[in-house]
Design a protein around this ligand. Structure first.
Ligand code: ADP
Ligand code: MG
Length: 573
């Protein structure tokens, strides 16, 4: 949260400019609505003025004119239509802004790859993309127009009132000017309160997500009560912080009510005295005029304060953008491909991968994870990376996937430095299967087609057969349409891994990275899965990380790693 103030200011400034640009229609409509409101109040004053002065007995009872009634009705209709158009326009502006922000944040997530999880909890990241950005809706739909209208509409109404009754305009002006001071005082409180509330919400979300994932561990260790109490505490913190926001919002709107009541009383008092003096004079025409003008001055007061109230309601939205700026700017920047000779793709038929003196450190305190590692994986062949746990196999995979960059040395694909290959081309070239396949909640078919949604039915069937998924389809209730839970819930480890293999068949990429694909499987299942994999490795450049003894089933070079060094590099038959 130590993002520099200047960066936050620049970000919020950019959002403000974009917000104002997209709020232009709403601003124009708001201005028109304010002026129409003034006209409506004038109509009411003209309608009631003669009636009231007649009741007081100073003017002869006359039938009120018909035009104010018609004018009021027409203006009301126009106001309704404008209201609908304005709401639609501002909703659209909000939608566009939110999807733009989500795209920006997701691009950063994708660019950083799994490394983003070193930066923040997945719950916090989800809260940023979903809730944080959703909460900015009000900034674009309410705050952006209100930030202009709160000054524009009262100013116009003040001018109108000035023409009708100068002393009322003076009172309105003074009372209106007092409001921003009160708002500024409460606004600072609102900003702090809403930031704290969001922090509390993120904490609750992260905790809940964590505990749901580890529900089995919690139940088995008899910690259910403890965890429930802690969740309760986090929820309680959120409740208190939400109440604080409501309190600040209540105070801020009460300050506007106060200013409005004072303005009403002052106008009524001055006009009352005026009217009393005039009543003694006995000029009925002038008296009726005065009553009409006074009525108008009183009726305009709520219209005058309405935009200020909208601003106060939207003030919290402004505070939210500040918090969002901190979160968005705290995200690590996505690594950019090296500038200069950017390669779109490399030779598609067979890719030779070479590591040339590659070093990489995750954490200075723990020393380098890879120390001057060099090896070559020839095109179309399999390279086996062997070595105990922690020797750096997965680090090599992460480097090849482009999620992290070598500190020194380089990785080449057919001689081209990997850094110069555009990320899209790189992603198209590589299939990856890890220890635990990532399966999403949905049907088996959806999960396999995830690799290539446009695959034909024949291609899907071929992949299902090649990966031996069809061997366990019979026991599933709905075959390929069987629904599975998040993370492959409902499938065995071997079955889930077969889904991943079927995906890789569908993708048909020239490079295949396998990171201990059988680490969690029993020897029999492992042999089965390896068999499916061997077929997949044909004519592809494969790097297989495994410390299983069964890797002898694969033919190819073997590189032994230990503590980030290459200890043995041998060709096997
Ligand atoms: P292997 O896959 O061979 O088991 P890894 O490549 O995962 O080994 O790990 C190599 C070393 O790098 C280990 O000491 C491990 O603790 C460290 N390491 C791996 N990933 C990270 C990470 N994301 N952050 C910090 N250290 C890491
Ligand atoms: Mg590993």
């Amino acid at each position: 949260m130590s993002e520099s103030k200047a960066a936050i200011k620049a970000w919020t400034g950019a959002q403000r400019r974009m917000g104002l640009r997209s709020a232009r229609p709403s601003i124009l409509i708001g201005l028109a609505t304010g002026l129409i409101g003034a006209f409506q109040m004038w109509c009411i004053a003209c309608l009631l003025g003669p009636v009231l002065s007649g009741l007081v007995g100073q003017a002869s009872q006359s039938t009120p004119p018909a035009w104010p009634l018609i004018g009021f009705a027409v203006a009301a209709c126009v106001r309704i239509v404008l209201g609908i158009v304005g709401e639609t326009a501002s909703a659209r502006a909000g939608r566009v802004a939110r999807s733009r922000l989500r795209r920006e944040v997701l691009t950063t997530f994708v660019g950083n790859g799994p490394a983003i999880l070193r930066h923040a909890h997945s719950g916090a990241l989800a809260a940023l993309v979903v809730d944080r950005i959703e909460s900015l809706d009000g900034y674009f739909t309410r705050w952006a127009p209100a930030s202009v209208l709160w000054i524009a509409v009262p100013f116009c109404l003040l001018l109108v009132t000035l023409c009708v009754q100068p002393h009322a305009a003076l009172i309105l002006g003074i009372c209106g000017a007092a409001v921003p001071f009160a708002q500024a005082a409460f606004g600072i409180g609102a900003a702090v309160a809403s930031r704290n509330q969001f922090l509390a919400m993120t904490r609750l979300q992260a905790r809940f997500l964590d505990r749901v994932r580890g529900i089995a561990t919690i139940v088995l260790s008899g910690r259910t009560e403890d965890e429930a109490t802690r969740l309760q505490a986090a929820a309680d913190e959120l409740r208190q912080r939400t109440m604080k926001i409501l309190r600040v919002a209540f105070l801020s709107s009460a300050s506007i009510d106060c200013a409005m009541v004072v303005a009403l009383i002052l106008i009524a008092l001055t006009d009352g005295r005026h009217a009393a003096l005039m009543a003694q004079g006995g000029d009925t025409g002038a008296f009726r005029h005065l009553v009409t003008d006074s009525l108008f001055a009183l009726l305009i007061v709520p219209e005058f304060f309405a935009p200020l109230r909208s601003l106060a309601l939207a003030y919290q939205d402004r505070a939210l953008v500040q918090g969002a700026a901190e979160d968005v700017l705290a995200l690590p920047e996505a690594p950019q491909p090296a500038q200069g000779q950017t390669v779109r793709s490399v030779e598609a038929h067979g890719i030779t991968i070479a590591f040339e003196n590659v070093s990489f450190t995750w954490d200075e305190a723990r020393g380098p994870a890879l120390d001057h590692v060099s090896f070559v994986a020839p095109a179309g062949e399999t390279l086996i990376l062997a070595g105990p746990s922690g020797s750096g196999k997965s680090t090599i995979m992460e480097l090849l996937l482009g999620f992290v960059k070598p500190e020194s040395g380089r990785i080449t694909f057919n001689g081209a430095d990997m850094q110069t290959i555009v990320p899209d081309a790189l992603a198209r070239m590589i299939s990856w299967i890890g220890q635990k396949p990532v399966l999403f909640a949905g049907s088996l078919r959806e999960n396999i087609l995830f690799a290539r949604p446009d695959a034909t039915e024949e291609e899907l069937a071929a992949a299902v057969h090649a990966a031996a998924v069809d061997r366990f389809l019979d026991v599933l209730p709905d075959g390929l349409e069987t629904m599975i839970g998040e993370g492959g819930f409902g499938l065995s480890g071997g079955q889930a891994q077969r889904i991943a293999i079927a995906r890789a068949y569908l993708r048909n990429a020239p490079i295949l990275l396998l990171d201990e694909p059988t680490a969690h499987l029993d020897p029999t299942t492992e042999a089965d899965v390896f068999e499916s994999l061997i077929r997949l490795t044909l004519r592809r450049t494969v790097i297989l990380a495994s410390h299983s003894t069964a890797v002898h089933m694969f033919h190819g070079r073997r590189v032994d790693l230990s503590h980030g060094h290459v200890s043995v590099c041998q060709e096997s038959a």
